[in-house]
Structures are given as structure tokens and as C-alpha cells.
Design a protein around this ligand. Structure first.
Ligand SMILES: [Zn+2]
Length: 345
């Protein structure tokens, strides 16, 4: 990548209102059968173009073809009953209806590879694809078979590695694993969470990223954040392990958060995907606000290793707001790029 400070979104973007109910997580599809397949593909084409038009450098699928970043992947695996749903508590915060594991899990066919191929056809820019991490997967289902979070996480790590290798072959440049669970279950994260994540990325030539955040801008998450005190130091638990890991890029929440920015120093040497756009507030950042967040982080990250991004996915926003925030992100990155090139001797 020649461009410094390349921008990207972390994950989901709003879907068109003809495809799924707007501003809703786990929104039901509005189409069925072949029309649904075609609608998802059209939405993927649109989001690729919209990101590019808004000046985003690394293009993602905006999760247009999936109902949810975790459950859609799980639902495509053998050993999982998609219809038998149970209500579980996600990351100790909110209840959700999730699929049930009833037998040994395996991947009999690729899940997102056709979609990734379609995204690859839309752009010559680098593309990024997000998968759920093993630990976040086991936290978003009901396990009626293994009865062991660790055992199931290792199974998922193997399956994720198969999917990731196929995504790489389809032309994906960056494969991102979403592990918000790393900000919650510290003991498991240290015992086997990071190890299962590394297994999921084994043998990949594509760049690998891990996204750890404080969740979507939904009430259960904002209520939880309100209990975390004046300084959010959760990253202090995972960053030293990730600094020593094989993962290339660490993605964190930053703008408008109470994360002390100097925690970024703990992953020195890694690339940092920095959240410079708030996903819990509809107010559009000004380019100058984005630039200020980037400048602040550059005290702890080398210039060639910073990737300005959003704090998390933007699915709960209206399309207008999400797109305006993408424009703010690229405009803010442009300001800092210009400053840096002006400062060069
Ligand atoms: Zn997130």
C-alpha cells in the first residue's frame, strides 16, 4: 500500500432499505430466494462503490450479505442447528436468539468466498474481509454438544483457518477477526483465546487483523460502558499478548472513548487500525476532529503503521449518517497526510 494512513471501515455498514429493515441489528431480510441472492450482491456492489466514492482506501463488503457478523458464519457450519435457537446472554450484556451446536462442527463448503470474489471484481483497491474470532463465536451460540468453551474454540479456529485460506485465494488482502470478547473474558483470552486466534491465521500470506472494541452503539453497550469508570484500560490485558503474536494489525476503539491513548504503545511494532469515528453517536465528526484523533495516536504509532478507521461497525446508523462519517474519516486522514508531507525536509 503506497498511501500512508489508509482508511477503512471496521465492519458492517447500513444495508439498503429494500434489502433489510434499516437501523436494526439482526434485521430480517425483505427479499427471498433468488431475489435475496441478487439483492445481497447488488448491495455489495453499491457499498464498494460508495466507500470508494467517499475516499475510503481499503474496501470491505460492509457485511451486506450477512444478517450478523457472527451468527451468519456459524449458521453455515455442519453440526449447527440454524432453526433451533436459544436465547443466551452476549458478553454478559444483552440477550440474543442464537443458533445451537448439536454435534461436531465442520465446514463442508466455503461460507463467504463467492461474496469475496464478487467484492474483488468491484475494485482494484485493497480489500478487507472480516470473520468472527473463535472466542466471540463461542459466546454467540448455545453449545449443546461440546460443553466446553475451549474445546469448541479450537474447533472453530480450524474452521476459520480453512475459510481464511479460501478468502485469501479469492484475492482478499486483509483478513480481520472480530474479537470483542477479548475485552471481557481476560482469563480465557490469556489461557487459549489468543492461541486459538493465531491458529485461525496460520499459514496466511494475507495481512491479518484483530478487531477488539466496546461493541455496537446499542443501549446494552452504552449502559455497560457507563460502568467502566473514567479510564477504560481493558486493552491493557490483550495488547501485550497481541504484541508478541503473529497478528499483523490491531484494531481498537478510540475516538470519543475513555481509552487512554498511550495504551497503543503496548502494541508498538504492529500496525494499528485506529477508531477515529464514533459509532455510538449520530453526530458527524468534523474532519478536524478526525485529524486530531489521528495526530494524538501518531505519538505512539509509526506513521507507516497507522490505519484510520471507525470504532466499530455502523449497521445501526441510517445510510446518510454512515456515509457522512466515511467522508469525515477520509477528509481527516487527508489533513494529516498533507501535514506530514509538508513537514518532510
Ligand atoms: Zn466492533
Amino acid at each position: 500500500m503506497t498511501q500512508i494512513l489508509p482508511t477503512s471501515t471496521v465492519g458492517s455498514l447500513p444495508k439498503p432499505s429494500w434489502l433489510a429493515r434499516p437501523e436494526t441489528l439482526w434485521a430480517p431480510w425483505k427479499l427471498q430466494g433468488d431475489e435475496l441472492v441478487e439483492g445481497k450482491q447488488d448491495a455489495l456492489r453499491i457499498t464498494a462503490k460508495e466507500q470508494s466514492d467517499r475516499g475510503i482506501d481499503i474496501i470491505s463488503d460492509g457485511e451486506q450479505t450477512r444478517q450478523h457478523f457472527v451468527t451468519t458464519f456459524i449458521e453455515h457450519l455442519d453440526g449447527v442447528d440454524f432453526d433451533q435457537r436459544e436465547t443466551v446472554r452476549i458478553r454478559n450484556r444483552y440477550d440474543a436468539s442464537v443458533p445451537t451446536v448439536l454435534g461436531a462442527v465442520s465446514r463442508s463448503k466455503p461460507v463467504f468466498v463467492d461474496d469475496a470474489r464478487l467484492l474483488r471484481q468491484q475494485t482494484d483497491q485493497p480489500i478487507k474481509w472480516a470473520l468472527p474470532g473463535p472466542m466471540t463465536m463461542i459466546d454467540t451460540l448455545y453449545d449443546g454438544h461440546y460443553k466446553s468453551r475451549e474445546k469448541l474454540a479450537w474447533e472453530f479456529a480450524t474452521i476459520l483457518n480453512q475459510e481464511a485460506r479460501d478468502l485469501e485465494a479469492a484475492g482478499v488482502d486483509i483478513i480481520q477477526f472480530d474479537e470483542p470478547a477479548f475485552n471481557v473474558y481476560f482469563d480465557e483470552m490469556k489461557d487459549w483465546g489468543v492461541a486459538t486466534l493465531e491458529t485461525a491465521t496460520e499459514g496466511l500470506r494475507a495481512e491479518t487483523a484483530v478487531h477488539i472494541c466496546y461493541g455496537y452503539g446499542i443501549k446494552a453497550n452504552t449502559d455497560w460502558k457507563a460502568t467502566l469508570g473514567s479510564e477504560w484500560r481493558q486493552y491493557e490485558e490483550s495488547f501485550p499478548l497481541l504484541q508478541q503474536s503473529s497478528i499483523d494489525i490491531i484494531s481498537l476503539e478510540c475516538h470519543n472513548s475513555r481509552v487512554p491513548i498511550d495504551l497503543v504503545e503496548l502494541v508498538r511494532g504492529k500496525k494499528v487500525m485506529l477508531g477515529a469515528i464514533d459509532v455510538a453517536n449520530e453526530k458527524i465528526e468534523t474532519p478536524e476532529e478526525v485529524a486530531a484523533t489521528i495526530r494524538n495516536a501518531l505519538r505512539f504509532v509509526d506513521t507507516d503503521k497507522l490505519l484510520p478507521s471507525t470504532n466499530c461497525g455502523m449497521a445501526p446508523f441510517s445510510r446518510d449518517i454512515a456515509l457522512a462519517k466515511l467522508s469525515a474519516l477520509s477528509a481527516g486522514a487527508r489533513i494529516v497526510r498533507e501535514e506530514l508531507s509538508a513537514a518532510k525536509p
